[in-house]
Design a binder for this molecule. Structure first.
Ligand SMILES: NC(=O)c1ccc[n+]([C@@H]2O[C@H](COP(=O)([O-])OP(=O)(O)OC[C@H]3O[C@@H](n4cnc5c(N)ncnc54)[C@H](O)[C@@H]3O)[C@@H](O)[C@H]2O)c1
Length: 424
């Protein structure tokens, strides 16, 4: 499908209301709490469990992890009177017709496969960022959500921060004049991970399912919980990890979608360990009217331009800063004025639940179409960094022009039996 936005697609496809949506409204689901499950129970999965179980419009009914220790811990923390189903196999959740929606909070290489399986089973999805492990996955996920008319909220919760929404509106309404450059700054100290020997996986862990679509490799603790971020088979480096939050806000404020040119450099100037991904990276993303520059330094914790992680919009009348300290506008010759606060994960969950209850993907603060593009920018930045050359992107076809090697990196080889699920 060509790159229609959701609203115009829904207007054009009013006759294609999916069976799932019709059935849910017929059952009056909007009056009942949403029955939600969380798949992947690391730090962020437990944050999902907490927020979903605390929301009065929701009942947390199932949790899933391939690590029995983590599964047991979350089941005991969030289950009451044995009412929380726990399983190591996410298919048990996908196949449970009493479950309305799921959070996908696994490592990145599992995000799209599980999200797609959930959508094909008629469930709404809150998928953590980055929604995809490569550009093709994002495209398939976004198109599937649109075709089925289901809600898919992307884990970029800055989009639910009231202050950030005000700062973006101020920027887009010309508050600092014409904006021709936005910087997405990811600046923090991420210590090295050392070198880990190959060992047996921990007792009881389903490591094969953890690997899923990725190639079979021996277990090491550096490919395991959290450290997988720094290996290309599972993660997307820190551009797809923390950087995506800043890239997404920068793109939102500029009001742009796909770029025409991406150039990048990056490498390891600090790490000397099992990391495959860069510690230093600069990506320039070019649009017709503005540049988006992503700067990443993972080897220091001092703030730059007032930020550790943040976004700066530069207009011809001033600048807007969006960071952990809040959102500020500074007009030329004036002192900074605070516009508002930061990200809001609780509001993000509440927004998703409200949209699920109303069967209204149009109301999502971070719809998957936006997630697809922001994750896509991170993938393009990583491809340009890894190949060490500029990419030109054909916005109509979604192809990388005149570069077969880069184009091939829009997808990956899926381990047999773990290909992307389809409706067939
Ligand atoms: N939105 C945010 O601000 C935010 C913050 C932190 C993390 N995240 C995202 O959340 C995700 C998880 O991050 P984390 O730090 O909790 O990672 P983690 O590695 O600590 O946890 C991931 C969990 O998923 C489990 N898992 C892996 N494959 C599975 C499968 N097939 N079925 C069931 N469980 C499986 C693992 O055993 C592990 O317990 C990442 O994608 C990360 O980018 C988002």
């Amino acid at each position: 499908m060509s790159r229609l936005n959701r609203r115009s697609f829904l207007q054009q496809s009013a006759v294609m209301v999916p069976a799932v949506a019709a059935a849910q409204s017929a059952q009056g689901q909007s009056d009942k709490p949403v029955r939600h499950a969380v798949i992947g129970l690391g730090g962020q999965g437990n944050a999902h469990c907490r927020l979903y179980s605390n929301n009065p419009d929701c009942e947390l009914v199932a949790v899933c992890d391939v690590d029995p220790e983590r599964l047991a811990k979350s089941a005991s923390e969030f289950g009451q009177a044995g009412n929380l189903r726990s399983t190591a196999d996410f298919h048990d959740i996908i196949n449970d017709d009493s479950i309305d929606s799921v959070s996908v909070v696994t490592p990145d290489h599992w995000h799209t496969p599980i999200a797609l399986a959930a959508l094909h089973a008629g469930k709404h999805v809150h998928v953590e960022k980055p929604c995809s492990h490569n550009l093709r996955e994002g495209r398939v996920l976004s198109e599937t959500a649109r075709e089925l008319g289901l809600c898919v909220q992307h884990g970029t919760q800055a989009r639910s921060g009231e202050g950030i929404r005000e700062a973006i509106a101020f920027t887009r309404d010309g508050g600092i004049g014409t904006v021709r450059l936005a910087k997405a700054i990811n600046h923090q100290l991420r210590p090295g991970i050392g070198r880990a020997p190959e060992t047996e996986p921990p007792e009881g862990v389903d490591y094969d399912r953890w690997l899923g679509p990725a190639p079979i490799r021996p277990f090491t603790k550096n490919r395991w919980h959290y450290n997988w971020h720094w290996h290309w088979d599972y993660g997307t480096g820190d551009m797809g990890n923390d950087g995506i939050h800043q890239v997404d806000v920068a793109r939102w404020g500029l009001g742009v979608e796909w770029p025409h040119t991406i150039s990048a450099s990056g490498g390891q100037l600090f790490y000397d360990d099992d990391h495959e991904t860069p510690d230093t990276q600069v990506v320039t993303i070019e649009y017709d009217s503005a540049f988006l520059v992503y700067e990443m330094r993972l080897w220091t914790n001092y703030t730059l331009e007032g930020h550790d992680n943040g976004v700066v919009f530069y207009g011809d009348k001033g600048k807007v800063d969006i960071g952990r300290a809040g959102c500020f506008a500074t007009l030329i010759g004036e002192k900074p004025k605070k516009i508002g606060g930061g990200s809001d994960m609780e509001a993000h969950v509440a927004n998703f639940l409200a949209c699920v209850r109303a069967n209204n993907p149009d109301g999502l603060n971070a719809p998957i179409e936006e997630g697809e593009i922001s994750a896509g920018l991170c993938h393009l930045g990583n491809i340009a960094t890894r190949l060490g050359r500029q990419l030109t992107f054909d916005r109509d076809s979604g192809r990388i022009r005149d570069d077969e090697e880069a184009e091939a990196m829009q997808t990956r080889v899926y381990r047999a039996g773990y290909e992307l699920p389809t409706n067939a």
